[in-house]
Design a protein around this ligand. Structure first.
Ligand code: DX5
Ligand code: ZN
Length: 219
């Protein structure tokens, strides 16, 4: 599966979000990672479906990878689908009925993803492997950009890769948190193919060279 770089707009300049998204896409981003936080499931508050809708209406057509850190999560899913989400990932801890939540995403026409926090056990993956198009392994605790990569997540990536491969399904394996030119290679060697990077891209002056250096590290 082709490697995808997914800039997280959590670290973008929100006063000019449309320009920032356009800039990372022109700089070579494959998809855009859209972090939604509710100050309940995670201790931070970000953006909702209205912002996604505005980005779509401004003409942004790129794949939108929506990471929901919201509890309860079901009520808001149709709003994100209507706003133009392509992939919607949820944490099992954010819903009482994960099967229903993943089906809600699929039936709405988006691709469902499941997210594992650093200590969320991976055994759940076997239960949902037929229901998801993406598995996201958190390599930091969700809530903030700019945290350090937790090395034990590499084992979890490798274990998830094995489960995905033996399922025979086309499922993307994404890693999120502390990804930079050093950690991206370790995550790739463990089996990830989709790399979220917030601060490493948006804090650099030259988005194009930041993304290019990540691709070089992968080669
Ligand atoms: C953390 C978010 C991440 C975050 C990553 O809860 O899910 O997507 O933006 O930021 P960096 O790349 O700075 O660790
Ligand atoms: Zn995220």
């Amino acid at each position: 599966m082709e490697n995808w770089i997914a800039p997280s707009i959590l670290s973008a300049d929100f006063s000019q979000l449309g320009e920032e998204v356009t800039a990372v896409l022109e700089a070579g981003a494959d998809i855009i990672h859209f972090d939604v936080m509710d100050n309940h499931y995670v201790p931070n508050l970000t953006i909702g479906p209205l912002v996604l809708d505005s980005l779509r209406k401004s003409g942004i057509e790129a794949t939108m990878d929506v990471h929901l850190m919201v509890k309860p999560v079901d009520r808001i899913i149709p709003d994100f689908i209507n706003a133009g989400a392509d992939i919607i990932s949820v944490h099992p801890e954010s819903t009482e009925h994960l099967h229903r939540t993943l089906n809600l995403i699929r039936e709405g026409g988006a691709k469902p993803g499941i997210v594992f926090n650093p200590t969320t056990p991976l055994y759940l993956l076997a239960e949902v492997i037929d229901l998801v198009d993406l598995v996201l392994i958190m390599s930091v605790n969700p809530g903030f950009g700019g945290q350090s990569f937790i090395d034990s997540s590499l084992n979890k990536i490798a274990d998830a890769a094995e489960i995905i491969n033996s399922s025979g399904h086309e499922i993307r394996l994404e890693v999120d948190g502390g990804i930079n030119t050093n950690t991206i290679r370790k995550a790739s060697d463990a089996g990830a193919n989709t790399f979220v990077a917030g601060s490493a891209i948006f804090s650099s002056k030259d988005y194009r060279s930041a993304i290019a250096k990540m691709r070089e590290a992968l080669d």
